[in-house]
Design a protein around this ligand. Structure first.
Ligand code: GLU
Length: 419
């Protein structure tokens, strides 16, 4: 995504925080405190294994509610504005769902597809070494995001612990179980999103009978969402990866597609090249195909003023961060589309990251059932609060979410003296 687009997403989030903050009666000092990042770490670091310097980032947006928290993205489009945008979104997310953590985000500007497993490991270790004085179990706790996973978290934990000379499993979440990960973390973002969706459909029974779903993105989040929803009786009519989309009105066997994706680098278009009744289309075209529920689960800025009018879904569940721009938001509101905003819809990931951190601190581990019940409780409570406020004050779910998130983090900032 280009620089101007990320800058404008960032500005729009700052504006939304400011107007919610004003409505809530916060002072200018409090509003400034929660609209600008506390720390920005931005370094170009030589990674000898790939023979060049890589830009590495950590933006620590706000820790009024607790230690900074947020994932690390490996992507060629990562830049400072994107990381800031994702960091402020983390602040809002943790605040909205009521967990005692702040907001941060990190990244490295690389295209992982161009490198070997060893080279990616070197980038991960370099990132952890570079950031080792800034992160820590009581300071800032990274996690996976786009193109990073449990293996990358393992390299980072190992490098961090070697650098600081002690065991500190709670410095990073999204780890494999063997290194102190939590049961349920891998599918947590998707499972949390499904709990939110089910709750909204319970509130709006007129939408509940409609079962056709399109999911943009078939990485960790998109593929687990597809499997969970299919098992609940929904039909997954469209999916995509970074190289293209496929659509079939009668639906896909998403479990076997996910299995194949996990064992090969085959694209969806390649996988279905010889299957006539499957339409091979672009990622952009996928968003406007017929469906009842649309789930963007890839990158930001996918639903814009250019395609919002053509979207047929009645419900949008934002599992990606910032997939819809402000102009599209207004168009969708006008059309009466129910848009479940990212900082509620995809908060299941950081929720189970929080559980992982709690378990690491206690060195005492929970059962899958305990994790799932607690995830359900948090997602349900947050969805209830957002929906109830939206009804009471005639707000969209996003506007209501902003208000709740800004209120909690703004109060914490102001209690600390930023008033
Ligand atoms: N990257 C995920 C997100 O955007 C998870 C963050 C975390 O677990 O800290 O919410």
């Amino acid at each position: 995504m280009n620089n101007t687009e990320t800058q404008s997403i960032y500005k729009n989030i700052q504006n939304a925080i400011t107007s919610a903050g004003k409505k809530l009666g916060f002072s200018d000092a409090t509003i400034t405190n929660i609209t600008e990042p506390y720390n920005v770490i931005n370094q170009s670091v030589l990674v000898p294994e790939i023979g060049k310097e890589i830009d590495m980032y950590r933006v620590q947006f706000n820790n009024a509610l607790g230690p900074y928290k947020g994932g690390i993205r490996f992507h060629p489009d990562v830049d400072l504005d994107e990381v800031k945008t994702l960091a402020v979104t983390m602040m809002l997310k943790c605040s909205l769902i009521g967990i005692p953590l702040g907001g941060a985000k990190g990244g490295a500007t690389i295209n992982p597809r161009e490198y070997s497993e060893q080279q990616i490991e070197a980038v991960a270790r370099t990132w952890a070494r570079t950031m080792s004085t800034y992160i820590g179990v009581d300071k800032d706790i990274p996690a996976p995001d786009v193109n990073t996973n449990g293996q990358i978290m393992s390299y980072m934990l190992d490098e961090f612990e070697k650098t600081v000379g002690r065991s500190e499993p709670g410095v990073i979440t999204g780890k494999p179980i063997e290194l102190g990960g939590s049961l349920g973390r891998t599918q947590a973002t998707s499972q949390g999103g499904v709990y939110v969706l089910e709750k909204i459909l319970e509130f709006m029974p007129e939408l509940a009978g409609d079962k056709k779903i399109i999911i943009q993105g078939f990485g960790n989040v998109g593929s687990f969402a597809a499997i969970i929803l299919k098992n609940l009786g929904f039909t997954i009519v469209g999916i995509s990866d970074s190289r293209g989309a496929i659509y079939k009105d009668s639906g896909f066997d998403v479990e076997s597609i996910a299995d194949e994706k996990n064992t090969s680098r085959t694209s969806l278009h390649e996988m279905f090249a010889d299957v006539d009744d499957v339409q091979k289309i672009s990622n952009e075209d996928l968003l406007v195909q017929p469906c009842d529920i649309l789930i963007p689960a890839a990158l930001e800025n996918q639903i814009t003023e250019l395609n919002a009018d053509d979207i047929s879904a009645k419900v949008i569940l934002e599992l990606a961060n910032n997939p819809t721009n402000t102009k599209a938001d207004a168009i969708l509101k006008e059309k009466g589309v129910v848009l479940i905003p990212d900082f509620l819809a995809n908060a299941g990931g950081v929720t189970v990251s929080y559980f992982e951190w709690v378990q690491n601190r206690q060195q005492y581990y929970w059962t899958a059932k305990e994790v799932d019940e607690r995830l359900f409780a948090i997602m349900n409570k947050a969805t209830d609060a957002v929906y109830t406020l939206s009804q009471k004050e005639s707000l969209t779910l996003r506007e209501a979410g902003f208000q709740i998130a800004v209120e909690r983090v703004g109060k914490a900032a102001s209690l600390r003296g930023n008033k």
